[in-house]
Ligand binder design. Structure first.
Ligand code: GCB
Length: 609
């Protein structure tokens, strides 16, 4: 098993970043050939990167199929006897890894880490060859969901059932992690807060732990004072006068795990950890027992030229902009983000709804996808396919990897298990039950679970929203449904729907995870027309009025933080333009409107109502 812990240098561990320019080979004519012992050609590409926007020819941008990557490096003789792991933070959508010509692992899913123990396959004191085959196809069994078709000229083309661009490749870091064979591989934390004190219940997994070895947890505060110290593979650490992690007021303790043998340090690992609780009570979302109102965004990992490459400058800029807006939360729409995003959210006190890449579970592409929200057509057949069982296995697996990776982050307050799936058939219900139960089973902190519901998952569609601990809504009344001059009718329909939600038993907290209008930053028009900045402002004001009039609405995450790349077609003008910021992160007029509102809304807005 590889460890999902973020790779860190400590007194007992080394981490070597293998990123840089790697040789690459796009199998235009040679799909299916085996290059595991070395790849042809002379083309080099940055790792990590999304390849799509790097080249000048369309055949690269739209490439679909197998891409081969290769790099080589020397492993020093003195590392013999230690455990060597090659760790990929994410390669989309599936990868096969070969080390010195031998297959060492394969992985399905583009947004969670995987890797292999290569201690045995390594050649010490000499050059080692790392080859990776990445397959970029979308499939009926893949998360995200889609299909791959063959054009008449033989070329493969990915057809996503979602609108964000299908950026692929080795998009996140690749690291060589050197640890002792006895190593800290995983740990779980849960908290009980009583008065000024906190009890931390923990369980740590140490691989190859010997009988004469002892495990220790030491907790130090931000002033580097010891807050607690306990021994054993599981137990309870008491922190007196605890300083809790609060929304936009983060406090992080250092949790240091050690393995000792006869007074000698065997392994050491540490992470900054925020102590906090999360629960749902009536129509409130409680953090540390107090109601919170979510203000923020649905986002994407998307930026010019980078595509979905993890881009640290955009990470920093995005957090600065979110803080400037008065935001306190976001959803990782529509897939697990790079690990560094959650680390930053922990430091900045942001609340994160962490989403599984279960998007496109309606089997619609192109214009049909955009028009759906207003069509009133209820999709019912998605989960009745022959491929459903395999899809479910992949879904549960990626969910397991996600929870394992992110479970100790204070910022993660909920799991979003799907985005806009078909949710009204019996088959859907059976499928949802498994996924929701698994989320509960995997998460030691038992965080609230939800799925982002599109219009056909309305209050009448009882079969799936019953599984949610809180409701999350994606709504486009006034955009896909009766846009422009008809928006007054759209808002009447919207209020009718809201009244039906208000009469559910029980009523649960509702967070709007999407609402927005495509807006070209170049367009002004008085009076407004759709796509103008004025229309986005009018649309948002109507939504704010509606949110304010329903006490159980406990959050608003506008779609989208920034304009982002989509597939080409008549429904999108070189990208989705619902951003409050442009793709290069400059504000549209709407940013000032929302900023004013969010700066005024108290954190406990409508708490207890
Ligand atoms: C949605 C999807 C999101 C799209 C958005 C839109 O409902 O969840 O991925 O980008 O609508 O703008 O159409």
């Amino acid at each position: 098993m590889i460890s999902m812990l973020y790779p860190k240098m400590t007194r007992t561990r080394k981490v070597i970043d293998l990123g840089g320019m790697w040789k690459v080979y796009f199998g235009f004519e040679n799909q299916g050939e085996d290059f595991s012992k070395g790849i042809p050609g002379k083309d080099y590409i940055p790792v990590p990167s999304s390849f799509a926007d790097l080249y000048t020819e369309k055949k690269y941008r739209e490439f679909c199929g197998d891409i081969w990557y290769e790099t080589e490096f020397v492993i020093p003789e003195e590392w013999k006897g230690q455990r060597l792991e090659i760790r990929f933070a994410g390669a989309a959508h599936r990868a096969t890894v070969y080390f010195n010509g031998r297959q060492v692992t394969e992985h399905e899913g583009g947004f969670t880490p995987f890797g292999a123990d290569v201690s045995e396959t390594a050649i010490y004191g000499e050059k080692n060859l790392l080859v990776v085959k990445v397959n970029t196809e979308l499939r009926a069994t893949s998360l995200p969901n889609g299909e791959t078709k063959q054009l008449k000229n033989g070329t493969l083309m990915a057809i996503p059932y979602f609108d964000f661009y299908n950026y692929t490749g080795i998009q996140r870091s690749v690291k060589l992690v050197v640890t002792p064979f006895t190593r800290i591989a995983d740990y779980d934390l849960t908290y009980e807060i009583t008065g000024n004190d906190a009890a931390v219940n923990y369980r740590v997994l140490v691989q190859n732990l010997k009988e004469n070895q002892e495990v220790e947890l030491e907790i130090r505060d931000e002033e580097d004072k010891k807050a607690a110290s306990v021994k054993g593979e599981s137990g309870r650490a008491e922190i007196a006068n605890v300083r809790l992690w609060q929304v936009r007021d983060a406090y992080l303790y250092r949790f240091i795990w050690r393995v000792w043998e006869d007074g000698k340090l065997v392994d050491e690992y540490e992470e900054p950890i925020g102590v906090r609780t999360v629960e749902i009570s009536g129509t409130d979302i409680l953090v540390n027992g107090k109601p919170v109102y979510l203000k923020g965004f649905g986002r994407h990992e998307d930026s010019p030229v980078n595509g979905k490459t993890f881009a640290p400058c955009y990470l920093k800029r995005d957090f600065e902009l979110m803080k400037w807006m008065g935001a306190n939360s976001f959803r990782t729409s529509h897939y697990p983000y790079a690990e560094e995003t959650y680390q930053e959210a922990d430091r900045e006190g942001f609340l994160v709804i962490d989403e599984v890449p279960a998007v496109g579970f309606v089997k619609r592409s192109g214009m049909a996808m955009f028009q759906n929200a207003g069509s009133g057509v209820k999709p019912t057949s998605f989960f009745a396919a022959d491929t459903t069982q395999e899809l479910l296995e992949n879904h549960v697996n990626v969910l397991k990897e996600l929870v394992q990776r992110d479970k100790n982050h204070a910022c993660v307050i909920a799991w979003s298990l799907f985005n806009e799936p078909e949710s009204i058939s019996e088959e859907a219900s059976a499928y949802f039950k498994v996924v929701f139960d698994k989320a509960r089973e995997f998460d030691p902190q038992k965080r609230p679970r939800t799925f982002a519901m599109e219009l056909s998952s309305g209050p009448d569609a009882k079969c799936c929203h019953q599984y949610c601990d809180f409701w999350t809504m994606n709504r486009y009344y006034g955009w896909y449904v009766k846009g422009g001059y008809e928006i007054s009718d759209a808002m009447i329909a919207f209020r009718k729907e809201m009244d039906e939600w208000a009469s559910q038993d029980p009523v649960k907290p509702m967070v709007f995870t999407e609402y927005g209008a495509d807006t070209l930053s170049s367009e002004h028009k008085l009076p407004s027309v759709m796509w103008s900045q004025e229309y986005q402002l009018e649309y948002l004001e109507l939504y704010h009025e509606l949110f304010d009039s329903y006490p159980f609405v406990k959050g608003e995450q506008v779609w989208n933080f920034a304009d982002f790349q989509t597939v080409e077609g008549i429904g999108r003008v070189n990208g989705n333009k619902k951003g409050i910021f442009t793709r290069d992160r400059q504000p549209k007029d709407s940013a000032y409107l929302i900023k004013k509102r969010w700066e005024e809304l108290p954190l406990d807005y409508k708490g207890g109502e």
